[in-house]
Design a protein around this ligand. Structure first.
Ligand code: PLP
Length: 404
């Protein structure tokens, strides 16, 4: 008789965004005359950049010709893409990352969910609270998180690092020592980040404790302040303690196109064992590469036209972020984030719970956001709005919220 992975049974309820989708669908069914605006899920809305589209077309044409047709991609990704990544994302920022330290993938969600496979189940993880749910859920599936404690909304073997307005959304170094530390800056969901000097403290801490940092930099393109690191490898010693996850989803609108990469420096070791070679083994065994046409389009993101066009998309979204911040502040709300990230994290008014505010906004303004408590217990009393809508729908949503 087969047995299932019982760790899956420890996962509470349904995925946050399915719950939201169900509530919105029920509301729309009861109120077919209402137009609901979603500033909820973190998905982009602008079409792909013209340079990217043009390269996708030409790459498709290459696949139609015997001489230029491509089959399986090289294990770590095409060299043309990995060289563009190294040159633009790392060497240009003073980070000495080599081409064989880059692993091209189909996105940061898979990488953040899969990376745990190269670590023992005995490791203790630390996460920010609130947090991007994938880090916790994938560790629950692996059997590393312990048991769910429903009264606390936490897992028994996870170290939670609260990030609230009181500590400026900067996690404190944990009292209990973790083995694996998940950090995401600029942060989803809070839309905030930490200065490079603070990030350096995490690197120093990880080196001192022998911990590894899994650093999710999916929102790097949204950084506007000078003192924020674009990659953790700007910090001294990070090549000996950090894995970095990157994505083409939010900088170039590849959420439906799928491309990302993971960086594992060869200096990052557990005793004599290099994590780079473990991940190379895993990648080679379980992944057959992102499609050629997508990697070719990814390379174009680094071309002068690609850079100019994708920066314009990011700027468009950040205009929304600035408008949401200003509009909500003028309406008397307390808001955070939205300066180095496309998310605005607001305090719910009058001590309302996150889900009560969700219902209030859905019914009163026909606007959908994401309840902060869905990201962890310390997200309670907060609410996330995204800047990924159009200017028009964002303005309309703001006007509706302000007229409540
Ligand atoms: N990491 C964070 C923090 C995210 O917010 C998201 C998507 O919302 C991802 C990773 C997923 O990225 P990708 O689309 O590359 O899988």
């Amino acid at each position: 008789m087969f047995k299932i992975n019982e760790n899956y049974l420890k996962l509470p309820g349904s995925y946050l965004f399915s719950t939201i989708a169900k509530k919105v669908a029920a509301y729309k069914a009861e109120n077919p005359d209402k137009t609901v605006i979603s500033l909820g899920i973190g998905d982009v809305t602008l079409p792909l950049a013209p340079a990217v589209i043009s390269r996708l077309h030409s790459a498709v044409d290459e696949m139609a010709v015997k001489e230029t047709f491509r089959g399986y991609a090289p294990d770590l990704g095409y060299e043309f893409l990995r060289s563009a990544i190294v040159k633009n994302d790392y060497l240009a920022r003073g980070a000495q990352i080599a081409i064989d330290e880059i692993f091209v993938s189909d996105g940061a969600k898979s990488d953040s969910g899969n990376i745990g496979e190269i670590f023992s189940v005995d490791n203790r993880i630390a996460v920010c609270d609130p947090v991007y749910p994938v880090y916790v859920d994938s560790n629950v599936m692996a059997g590393r998180a312990g048991d769910y404690l429903p009264d606390q909304g936490k897992f028994s073997n996870v170290i939670y690092m609260p990030c609230t307005a009181e500590n400026n959304f900067m996690p404190a170094l944990p009292e209990e020592t973790p083995d694996i530390i998940y950090l995401c800056f600029p942060n989803n969901p809070t839309g905030t980040t930490i200065p490079k000097a603070e990030l350096q403290k995490w690197v120093d801490y990880a080196l001192e404790k022998g911990a590894v940092i899994i650093y999710d930099a999916a929102y790097e393109a949204y950084i506007s302040e000078d003192d924020v690191a674009h990659t953790i490898y700007e910090c001294e010693g990070a090549d000996r303690c950090a894995i970095e996850l990157r994505s083409f989803s939010k900088n170039a609108g590849f959420t439906g196109t799928r491309l990302g990469f993971t960086v594992i420096p060869k200096a990052l070791k557990c005793g004599d064992v290099s994590l780079n070679s473990l991940w190379a083994r895993r990648h080679g065994t379980k992944f057959n590469g992102a499609p050629y046409i997508i990697q070719a389009a990814g390379e174009t993101v680094y071309s002068p036209e690609g850079q100019a066009q994708t920066k314009e998309m990011v700027a468009y979204y950040m205009e929304n972020a600035a408008a949401i911040r200003a509009g909500l502040e003028a309406g008397g709300y307390t808001v955070f984030g939205g300066i180095n990230a496309p998310y605005i994290w607001m305090k719910t008014p009058d001590g309302m719970s996150s889900w009560d505010f969700f219902d209030y906004l859905l019914k009163g303004a026909n606007v959908v956001g994401t309840p902060g408590s869905g990201f962890g217990p310390h997200g309670e009393g907060y609410f996330r709005l995204t800047a990924f809508g159009s200017h028009e729908s964002t303005q309309e949503a703001l006007a509706r919220i302000r007229s409540l």
